[in-house]
Design a protein around this ligand. Sequence first.
Ligand code: FES
Length: 152
Amino acid sequence: MEEADKSWSEAPVSRRAFVGSAVIGSAIAAAAGVFYPLARYLLPESKSGGGKKETYTVALNEVHVGEARFFTFKRRPALLIRKSDTELVALSAVCTHLGCIVKYHEESKQLLCPCHGAKYDQNGRVLGGPAPKPLTAYNARIEAGTIVVEEA
Ligand code: FES
């Protein structure tokens, strides 16, 4: 009768079994720590839980005519240029040559890459240098006093 009252938690666990379980558990945790971030990085956003169209908004009165503002879009640097009261341009700030971040030159109204000298106009078109293609453009519009930037 006394044998039947003994619960399974009171059963003795050998040191070897305990250490074996701890090693296996640690190995699984370490593997998850490596592979989860790798999978998040490699898989497209729609397959890794994202998939929603990203939007950036800023109050219209915070960006003055002629001004350029850097912001983060799709986890990358981007640039919003307010050309006039109603004209906006939103571009990726990542140079299409080797990925440096372009700078906005207000006087010439050009985007210049400090790494190898690529030049872009305000609309992201290549004016010179080694850049193979224009900067990625995003949709930018004014909506009820707010600037809204979305993927093109
Ligand atoms: S990275 Fe911009 S010109 Fe090379």
